[in-house]
Design a protein around this ligand. Structure first.
Ligand SMILES: Cc1ncc(COP(=O)(O)O)c(C=O)c1O
Length: 470
């Protein structure tokens, strides 16, 4: 007899487009030997971005602390030729020793449930430095180190959503972590619409309208998610929009989930954090950051943090939300410890004047300049594609152009055909949600420039042929 499972519909029905049908087809084609350029996901090192030397040097010593003594011996024996021979700098060795001392038992032991305290303290100092005189200091006890930002977002949504009519406002288009997690928790997704023609800016009126509509349908909105800089749009929010969201949340007594994983990816634009603008407003704020993005691109190491401000009391539990988040973290015992150490390095980069500083800065600037140059190459190609418009500033790692496709075709058809023809794997706009009647695709601007130079003319030719022939 075959087993038949009555599974959890919330899990069975949730969708995750960035690993959806287009990327699945790409994987099949790759198996058949076709050259595929994976632009469906913000996974920089998969497309050749080099890790930051400083981080990996420190982490190599954390994995194998016996090397520390050997490195020191070698440095003594080969004094004067350390650089020439590629030996590790004192600063790298000392940082590794400091981390090992902070951890106490190395990277192979569980840490505290919400992460090692010295790393949470370093995160709090980073937030205070980043936000300057915001007036409110970050509290290490309200910081949760996580296996990437995804885990932080999931934990928050799991506690906020208690019944099917509990709603969470998300921007459309959005990163499908949010739609999928709301679905999985059995809550209601409430869409709000940034204005594409105005560079994906947010208006208070659009927020009020979506909240009103949700209320009319009996939805009890608990939180609003804002992704800044945006995925998939790449939009960078000005401070006024952040203030608008916080005032809106304060007025309607809803929490804010600020996904700020792309805070370093602004290419000359300015990132302003929600924590900085929050000030004395009594709004529960959950801010997320990650080592996966920026110039680190360490997606596989799963490092990140969640910071909570103004945690609400939890009805019936005689505690505030932080205690519940701590309990949730405890169920997984702890976030992976190498990811935690990477988060420590992210919030504690080499100091000016230290030996690793110059290389660190050169690598950081090189990676960010390269990302910007690649985004510009792709935007330039859009100008040669009939009916393609790309709105807003360049931020994050994505472009989300609007397509004007022949009647009867969808952006999904287009992305599939583009993949088959050129090997370029993108994601159809419908996978992120989009305003009715519009079509888009999202491309991560990560492939090396020479690969882009090769594929972009093929894309332009494919596109113009596709829209002409329908
Ligand atoms: C907006 C946004 N939030 C969160 C994540 C997840 O990041 P992490 O690797 O830290 O889980 C991503 C990944 O692409 C993202 O784009």
């Amino acid at each position: 007899m075959t087993w038949e499972l009555i599974g959890n519909r919330n899990v069975i029905e949730m969708e995750y487009a960035v690993r959806g049908p287009v990327p699945q087809r790409a994987a099949e084609l790759r198996k058949q030997g076709k050259k595929i350029i994976s632009c469906n996901i913000g996974n920089p090192q998969a497309l050749g971005q080099r890790p930051m030397t400083y981080c990996r040097q420190v982490m190599s010593l954390l994995e194998d602390p016996s090397r520390i003594a050997r490195e020191r011996e070698l440095k003594k024996a080969l004094a004067g030729r350390e650089r020439q021979l590629g030996l590790l700098s004192d600063a790298v060795i000392e940082t590794a020793e400091r981390i090992l001392a902070g951890l106490g038992s190395g990277v192979g032991a569980y840490s505290e449930s919400h992460g090692a305290v010295f790393i949470r303290e370093a995160v709090a100092r980073f937030i205070d430095r980043r936000d300057g005189a915001s007036g409110v200091r970050s509290d290490p006890e309200r910081i949760y180190l996580t296996d990437g930002a995804s885990e932080g977002a999931r934990h928050v949504l799991e506690v906020l959503i208690s019944k099917p009519s509990d709603g969470v406002m998300i921007p459309i288009p959005q990163y499908p972590l949010y739609s999928a997690s709301i679905r999985k928790c059995g809550g209601t997704q409430v869409n709000y619409y940034p204005d594409e023609d105005a560079g994906w800016t947010l208006s208070r009126a659009a927020l009020e309208e979506s909240l009103e509509q949700a209320k009319r349908q009996g939805t009890d909105v608990k939180a609003i998610v804002v992704i800044n800089p945006g995925n998939p749009t790449g939009a960078i929010l000005p401070e006024e929009s952040i203030r608008d969201v916080l005032d809106f949340a304060a007025l309607h007594r809803i929490a804010v989930i600020a996904d700020e994983v792309y805070q370093e990816n602004v290419y000359g634009g300015v990132f302003v954090s929600f924590a900085r603008v929050l000030g004395e407003r009594d709004v529960p704020l959950f801010s997320l950051h990650s080592a996966s993005k920026g110039f680190y691109g360490e997606c596989g190491h799963r490092g990140g943090y969640l910071e909570v401000r103004n945690p609400p009391r939890v009805k019936g539990a005689n505690t505030d939300l932080c205690a519940i988040l701590y309990k949730q973290a405890s169920v997984s015992l702890c976030p992976n410890v190498m990811g935690q150490t990477l988060t420590y390095l992210m919030v504690n980069p080499p100091q000016r004047g230290s030996e690793p500083y110059d290389l660190f800065v050169a690598e950081r600037e090189g990676i960010l300049a390269d990302l910007h140059a690649k985004a510009t190459m792709i935007r330039d190609a859009f100008r040669e594609m009939q009916g393609v418009k790309c709105f807003g500033k360049v931020g994050a790692m994505y472009l989300f152009p609007r397509l004007s496709l022949p009647p009867g075709t969808s952006d999904f058809d287009y992305c599939m055909a583009l993949l088959e023809k050129t090997g370029l794997c993108t994601v159809n706009g419908s996978g992120f949600g989009q305003k009715e009647g519009t079509q888009h695709l999202r491309i991560a601007f990560l492939p090396p420039k020479d690969l882009l130079a090769e594929v972009l003319p093929a894309w332009v030719a494919f596109h113009n042929d596709y829209v002409r022939r329908g």
